[in-house]
Design a binder for this molecule. Structure first.
Ligand SMILES: Cc1cc2nc3c(=O)[nH]c(=O)nc-3n(C[C@H](O)[C@H](O)[C@H](O)COP(=O)(O)OP(=O)(O)OC[C@H]3O[C@@H](n4cnc5c(N)ncnc54)[C@H](O)[C@@H]3O)c2cc1C
Ligand code: SF4
Length: 511
């Protein structure tokens, strides 16, 4: 055999460049399930199950296509539980002249395969990743000479490059690039009036076998698998997309930032997992959304189509660019010198804060929480508490089924924890409990009061917010976008601030 083509669990793209390049007889394919990808970070059972189920469906297709494949199961790799040792073992028998692969989605794997090829003196060819609209190299070029890398300007470039939502003259449809202001609606007191449930996929026999195996192999890992209903094949991903466009896209824009207790999915697409393992590509998703808007703009407002497309060709591509631009140093960043431990209740959901309980319980149940819960509930609490960003990052990487480091790390360490000192976000996403009160119904059933910053019923978010501002006053006052918040802090009388800080300390000690 001449060429060994390596395919990882987040590279299940059926049209990948790995399937091109010379006579079939020279090519062999290699895939492996390795336990350390689930134990290195103590992963939620759903996250492991999702990747493995999607991989085994992919494997079945390769076998049906008659491609020569070495596929190592967990059982095969029980004595070689990481990629380096599993591949090293197979290199002895497969003896390829050359390795080929699309670059992995995590820096540590990029290094693993680079080092291994070097160690064995085998050429490793990196293939283009056609899933994304832009490459790390193109992003690096884009970043060159720019003082700040704001998502908005990058997003406009992506709109121009893809032609999405442009009029005949190449201008943005509706006259504006961004309808973010129309994406911040909250529900009335009675909650969502019309809330169609998303398409659920009952586990096929291949998936069911994986679920049973994960329960046995990783019994102590967080979460359970009873609710598993995610799309694990390209066909199912397309069905999930059609279902989203038909039923939830019209209200996606308006309620993108809203939270409602007990309703984890609201009008969200539930597509991040399928996108991240490449069962479906971002342009297919965005073109389908654009088409639906063009065909029926009465049913689908422009702010819904634009708001959704912005998440994918804007945020998703942008965070990937930041990740590869900044790694490996990005992982070590801790601009606010946060050193506290992540509270244990992140792993159990056992807390008397109603908003946190809801977000954590559904995270542990479904391996899912929508963006504003990740950013403005669990992420906000960790930011205000001053948790070591590395611990927060590892929690997010462990518990969400869509977590791959290239997308998780910039969102957590950069956007949510401000640990990169402003590379991703122009200011920390810091807020009091009143933000959560405005966007959700959680406070109505909570023992705390979001308006209060001291006293027995003071909302922990509110107390910690003022303590956070006081702790970082010097750093934050240098940021013009924080000046209003710093001025508000300065208006608090010394005695009251001392009481807030004392209460914050008690809170911090008790978590
Ligand atoms: C702290 C934190 C950690 C996150 N970790 C991850 C992660 O590990 N994996 C992941 O895919 N997303 C992550 N996100 C982004 C976002 O929360 C999820 O993509 C989204 O909740 C997935 O659900 P959905 O498919 O229903 O998305 P929708 O709300 O319906 O959005 C549509 C799509 O847009 C993309 N998208 C939306 N926001 C972002 C974003 N900020 N960055 C990148 N893509 C985005 C996703 O592909 C998503 O499927 C994180 C956000 C935060 C604040
Ligand atoms: S009062 Fe505070 S802790 Fe309780 S739900 Fe509201 S924001 Fe969360």
């Amino acid at each position: 055999m001449k060429i060994l083509n390596l395919i990882l669990g987040d590279q299940l793209d059926r049209t990948s460049s790995i399937f091109e390049g010379g006579p079939d007889a020279e090519h062999h394919f290699w895939m492996a399930e390795v336990a350390e990808e689930s134990t290195r970070i103590w992963s939620h059972k759903i996250r492991t199950a999702y990747f493995i189920a999607a991989m085994r469906h992919f494997k079945a297709e390769l076998v049906e296509r008659g491609l020569p494949l070495t596929y190592r199961t967990f059982e095969d790799t029980k004595d070689t539980p990481n990629f380096a040792s599993a591949l090293e073992k197979d290199l002895k028998t497969l003896r390829p002249d050359k390795l080929r692969m699309v670059p992995p989605g995590e820096y540590h794997l990029y290094k693993t395969f680079t080092d291994l090829a070097k160690k064995h003196g085998i050429e490793l060819e990196w293939l283009p990743d056609r899933h994304f609209l832009t490459s790390p190299k193109a992003f690096r070029e884009y970043a060159k000479g720019r003082k700040q890398l704001r998502m908005e300007y990058f997003y406009r470039e992506m709109r121009k490059q893809s032609g999405l939502l442009l009029d005949a003259d190449g201008n943005p449809e509706g006259g504006k690039w961004n309808y973010d202001a129309a994406n911040r609606g909250a529900f009335s007191k009675s909650g969502p009036e019309y809330l169609p449930q998303g398409k659920r996929f009952a586990p096929a026999p291949i998936t069911q076998m994986v679920l049973d195996e994960i329960n046995t192999r990783f019994p102590d890992h967080p979460g359970d698998l009873d609710t598993f209903d995610w799309p694990v094949t390209p066909g199912q991903a397309l069905e999930a997309l059609d279902d989203f466009i038909a039923h939830r896209l019209p209200l996606f824009g308006k309620y993108q930032d809203a939270i409602w207790t007990g309703e984890p999915f609201l009008y969200h697409a539930r597509l991040s997992c399928a996108l991240n393992v490449k069962l479906i590509d971002p342009l297919t998703v965005c073109r389908a959304v654009e088409k639906a808007w063009r065909e029926d703009p009465e049913r689908i407002p422009l702010e819904a189509a634009e708001g959704f497309i912005r998440q994918i060709i804007g945020w998703r591509e942008y965070v990937r660019g930041i990740y590869w631009l900044e790694m490996p140093g990005y992982l070590q960043k801790n601009a606010l010198n946060a050193t506290r431990d992540l509270p244990g209740f992140y792993w159990t959901g056992e807390t008397d804060m109603a908003c946190m309980k809801d977000a954590l319980t559904q995270t542990l149940t479904y391996g899912y929480a929508h963006h504003i819960q990740r950013l403005m509930v669990t992420g906000l609490f960790s930011l205000l508490l001053g948790v070591d960003p590395r611990q927060t990052h590892e929690w997010y990487l462990a518990v969400y089924l869509d977590a791959v480091e290239w997308v998780e790390l910039p969102n957590t360490l950069g956007m949510s924890q401000y640990a990169d000192g402003g590379i991703m976000a122009s200011k920390p996403y810091a807020a009091t409990g009143k933000y959560i009160q405005r966007m959700s119904n959680a406070c109505a059933s909570c023992r705390y009061n979001p308006a209060k910053r001291t006293g027995e019923d003071a909302c922990p978010f509110t107390t910690l917010y003022w303590d956070f501002l006081a702790r970082h006053r010097d750093t934050l006052s240098a940021n013009p976008r924080m000046s209003l918040q710093v001025r508000n802090l300065d208006r608090i009388a010394d005695t009251e601030l001392a009481a807030i800080r004392k209460q914050a300390n008690t809170l911090i000690e008790s978590r």
